[in-house]
Ligand binder design. Structure first.
Ligand code: SAM
Ligand code: SF4
Ligand code: SF4
Length: 354
């Protein structure tokens, strides 16, 4: 088995493309109270859609066991996601248990959450008290009508802004706001978003519209590239690139020249970052996915029983990771320069976690 020494001096497991396992995205629920057109369009995810019954969701005990196994394999950061994770009842008690974990190198596990923000105002304090480190809120528009059109929910955008403010008020980590930009839909929201969050400590990050499972209407013509988005931001706010030695996250970050904050760009379509992708995903029903665009997952169920140990679970995960050679976004960019539509059908994002 191939190993390499990480900065902390501990051995890490490498996949077939020499990528270590560093990040875990844990989907705790596949349901959502929004129907974002690019993720869970109502036409597909309607009233009769068969979501996972709660009996098929992993229990908190199983999730903690999973997290322990991933930590033993080099995972340093866990992001709780979904669906909408704040819909999972009692989430704070799971966070409390995950917050006690340490990495292989003995550091506290980084614990983050991605949410649509609709329930954040009510939960910010209890999430912080439970030990959540940081929160990312998805918000694609400030204009109430554009927000409603994208999220396809009868809610005022001020509810999300209240959630962000509540998270800030309780000191819930450095807050990020993620905005997916789709051509002809919300390019006009780029500058208002940047404007609103300057001088607040909240970093806005713009994500290219991806052909995730669920985004049936995707076409590469609808992708506003990170470069285009940056030019729009720079038309009003000069930016200075933040130089990093090693690209670990998905965003390329800039700071405002006048010191009023940071803006990030996630070029998942125009400049894929598969080469440094260290993310594993586990769905709410305990399937391991080695890529956001995987076609199927490995069922970890047999190792999530009382009779299997954390070590046995870790061995099963490791054997799947060392076999990993996913690089869908790179394939997309070579196969779809001018065409449209997905390269091949993939698992829905609300199940596998964004
Ligand atoms: N419901 C939570 C939320 O929206 O933050 C967490 C799950 S959601 C699937 C995670 C992230 O995936 C969100 O930031 C969302 O904007 C992003 N996402 C979903 N569909 C996408 C798409 N087609 N292209 C780019 N990002 C997408
Ligand atoms: Fe729900 Fe998040 Fe998907 Fe929107 S992006 S439908 S909020 S899971
Ligand atoms: Fe990682 Fe798959 Fe996305 Fe490439 S396409 S960056 S391998 S999740």
């Amino acid at each position: 088995m191939r190993h390499r020494l990480s900065a902390g001096g501990t051995a890490s497991t490498l996949d077939k493309l020499n990528r270590p396992l560093r990040d875990l995205r844990l989907s705790v629920i596949d349901r959502c109270n929004f129907r974002c057109t690019y993720c869970m369009p109502r036409g597909t995810f309607g009233a009769d859609y068969a979501f996972l019954p709660s009996s098929e969701r992993l229990s908190f005990t199983q999730i903690v066991k999973l997290a322990e196994a991933f930590a033993s394999l080099g995972v340093e950061k866990i992001r709780i996601t979904g669906g909408e994770p704040l819909l999972r009842r009692g989430l704070e008690s799971l966070i409390e248990q995950l917050a006690k974990l340490t990495t292989e190198g003995g550091k506290p596990m980084e614990l983050a959450l991605t949410t649509n923000g609709s329930l954040l105002a009510a939960k910010a304090r209890s999430l912080r008290d439970a030990g959540l480190g940081r929160v990312t809120v998805s918000l694609d528009a400030l204009d109430a009508a554009v927000f409603r059109r994208i999220s396809d929910v009868d809610m005022h955008v001020s509810q999300i802004l209240d959630g962000i403010e509540a998270a800030r008020a309780v000191g819930l980590g450095p807050i990020k706001v993620n905005a997916v930009i789709e051509r002809g839909v919300n390019e006009d929201q780029i500058l208002p978003l940047v404007r609103l969050f300057r001088n607040t400590g909240v970093a806005v990050r713009f994500i290219e519209y991806m052909d995730v499972g669920g985004a049936g209407e995707w076409s590469n013509k609808k992708v506003v590239t990170a470069r285009e988005t940056r030019h729009i931001v720079e038309s009003e706010y000069p930016l200075i690139p933040i130089v990093v030695h090693e690209q670990r996250g998905t965003a390329v970050n800039y700071r405002h020249a006048d010191g009023s904050g940071e803006v990030g760009f996630i070029a998942s379509v125009s400049q894929p970052f598969c080469g440094s992708c260290s993310r594993a995903r586990v769905s709410a029903d305990g399937k391991f996915y080695s890529c956001l665009f995987a076609t199927h997952g490995t069922d970890l169920g047999p190792w999530l029983t009382d009779t299997a140990s954390v070590e046995q679970l870790a061995t099963a995960i490791r054997s799947r990771w060392i076999d990993r050679d996913d690089h869908y976004s790179e394939l997309r960019s070579t196969q779809h320069r001018s065409g449209s539509g997905k390269v091949y059908p993939t698992v829905r994002m609300s199940l596998v976690g964004g």
